[in-house]
Every structure is written in structure tokens, then in C-alpha cells.
Design a binder for this molecule. Sequence first.
Ligand code: PHE
Length: 455
Amino acid sequence: MSSKTEFASKIGLVAATVGSAVGLGNIWRFPAVTQEGGGSAFLLLYVLCVLLLGIPVMLAEFSLGRGTKSDSIGAFRKYTPGKPWWIVGALAVLASYLILCFYTVVEGWTLEYLFESITGGLFSGLGDADIAESRAFFGGRMEEYVCSDLRPLIFVFVAIIVNMAVLLGGVQKGIERLSNVLMPVLFVILAVLMGVSLTLPDASEGVSYFLSPDFSKVTPKVVFSALGQAFFSLSLGMGILITYSSYYPKDTRLARTSVIVAVLSLLVAVMVGLVIFPAVKSFGLDDESLQGATLVFVTLPEIFARLPLPQLWSALFFVLLAVAAVTSCISIAEVSVATLQDRCHLSRTKAVLCVMLPLTVLSALPSLSFGSLEGLKIFGMTVFDFLDNFSTNILLPIVSFGVCLYVGHVLPKSYLHDELTNNGTVRSPLNSVSAFVIRWLAPVLIALVFIYDFL
Ligand code: PHE
């Protein structure tokens, strides 16, 4: 039964959790929100949000998962059976599955770009003379790779198969083993790309943009966006951390683990900033939007095309992106897998198949929403945008709010203390401050962001 499953080693559980946290949020959301929010003024706010709010809320999820050793619905049932708190867990499962549907699509794109980088297809037909036109060139490629019908679908299916293979391997032999290998790879690639970017001409302009704050751009909206980014990039409110921490052994030091995960996730975001901003400034591409798909699929290939060995840098970058996407995607799929195993007593194989096979249809819809289903609108949004907005702007804050209320006010005060100190056997300096943040500060701020988003 999955409730007895545990990660085999401390390094493995950290690697898996960092693998979940470090995802497209760090790589393609972070540069965009940083650019909008005044460079390092935003960075500073983001760091504060991660440290002051993200870590305590992460500890609330960890204590819930490790303390109950249950899936995200069972975690709310164990100490309050018969009460409706399990609905918070169910919303987490819903959010995670909706995110899984569109994240698999993006994972497919990264695999497609990786394939095209290795084979050289991404750059074929781009002569030296065309460099000035490279924006149009890579924009056209993106149309072909992302917005057509069949091509992206094929890679969505590849992504589903990759995820399924890892999940079928199980928690230790699939998720943990893969993360142990891929996380160091991710850091090495980032370090190499950072070295390349920082040695470009005029790279220092990008560095100073990224690291010297412009406080005039800081508005309430920017503060809230830093908070949203902090929560998203730590994988909060999705049931992931409840599920993964249910696989943590009882002697895991939760406070220490949360600090390591948060710091590594921050480190990746900063390293990504030091790859993107110097390169973008150096080649004068800083008027382009650094927003998600365009940044990754148009601006970055433009940069690679201007470097010697474009295929190499492009392939390295898309390996990085694929690693980030795969390790996050399996963590979010694991929420549903664990729920089916624990709630419906399915074997792991059956649970994995029940979660993954419907994706062949459910991920096809958001994928096609860039192609022939573009006209299909839900509340005025394409299927992809609807899934993204509904899950990240509505469900995630509700779940985080619910987790804080539950751990902070419904469970006895001693619960969090016992989990953080491993029943009084280790000291946890984060104890009292976490309790305060979980009980009062985080719920108030999450509610404010939620209301603000609606105004
Ligand atoms: N922290 C993850 C990221 O930055 C959040 C996430 C995890 C999103 C899993 C989707 C799936 O991308």
C-alpha cells in the first residue's frame, strides 16, 4: 500500500521535492514577472515571500503529509473523519489534475524542441544573412511546432509515455531514482549556460538590470505577483507536497528540508535570471516580451542562433527545460496516483493507468486549442488558458488557504509542534514563527491576493 511507501534516502527525498519545485514556473514564469516587476526589486520581494510565507506554508503541507502518511484527501480525513475538511484535499486533487492536463502539453513542446535542437531542424534554413529576421523565423517555427494540430499532439503522447514509465517505476525506483540523476544534471547545465551568458559582450548590463532594484515599479500588484510566484514555484496548494511528504520517513527533519528545497528553488530562479538577462541585453533583444512561451521558444533560439554552436546550446537548454518539466509533471501526477491507491485501493499500475490514459484525450484538448480548437472558448478563454487560470488563480489559493486554516486552527496546536520537532526529539527554530504565519499571516495575505485578483 502506498501509505507504507517511503523515499529510500534523505538526498532522494530532497531531490524529488526540488524536482517538483523547480519547473517551468522558475524558468519561464520567473523572468517575465521579474521584468514586469522592476528587476531585482521584484527579486527581493520574491525572496522575502519565499522565506517568510512560502517556507511556513510548505511546512504546513509537510506536517500534514508526513503526519498522516496519507494522500491529500486522506490527510484531511485522518484526524477529522466525517467533517467536510476532506473537500480541501479533493480540491487539491482537482487542481493538480487540471494542471497536469495542460502541463503535459508544455512538457510535449519541450520534448519537441529538444528533438528539433538535437536533429538541427530548429535552425535549418536559417542562413547568416537571416539573423536580423530571426524573430520572424523562430516565430514561424513556433507556429509550426506549437500551433499546428498533429505535430504537438505526437509529442504530447511522448510526454505521457515518459511520465507513465517513471510513475510505473514507483516512488523509489521511478521518481526518486530519476530525480537523483536529473537534478544534478539540471544544476550542471544551468551553471554551464550561466557561464556562457555571463561572458557575452555587455553581459554586465543585464546583470545590473537583474540585480539593481527599481523600486518605482513596485505596486501592490507586483507584491501580490511575487507572492503568487513564490507559492507556484514552491508547488504549494497542489497537494504535491502533502503527497511527497507522506513518503518521508518519520525521522526526516521537516524544517531543514523545507529550507533546502526553498533555497535551491530560489537558486535556480536566480541562475535562470543570470542566463536570460545578460544574453537578452547583450544581443539587444530586451524589447521582446520575456513571457513564457515566446521567451523560451522564440527569444532564446534567437540567442542560440547568434552563438557559435547553436545546436549545442539549444539542446542543452531544452534538456534543462525537459528535466524541469518531467520532474514537476510526475510530482503533480503522483497526487492523483496516490489518491487512487489510497482511496480506491487500486494497485499502483492500475492507478497510474487510470491517471495517465485519460490524458491522451484531456491533454489533446488544450494542445489543439492552439490549432483547430482555437475557437472553442470556455468563459471567453481557450481550453488551455481556462485550465491554467481556473487552477492557478482560483483553486491554488483556496487550497493553500484551507491548508493553513486546517493545520493552524483545526488540528491541535501540538500537532505542528510535534511534526516539526519530530515529537520533541529535534529542535526547530522555525516552530513558533511558522505557527504564527500559518495561523494568521498566510491566510490573510492569500485572501487579499485572491480578492485583489478579482477586483
Ligand atoms: N513549482 C512548479 C513549477 O515551477 C509548480 C508545478 C509543479 C507546476 C508541478 C506544475 C506541475 O513549475
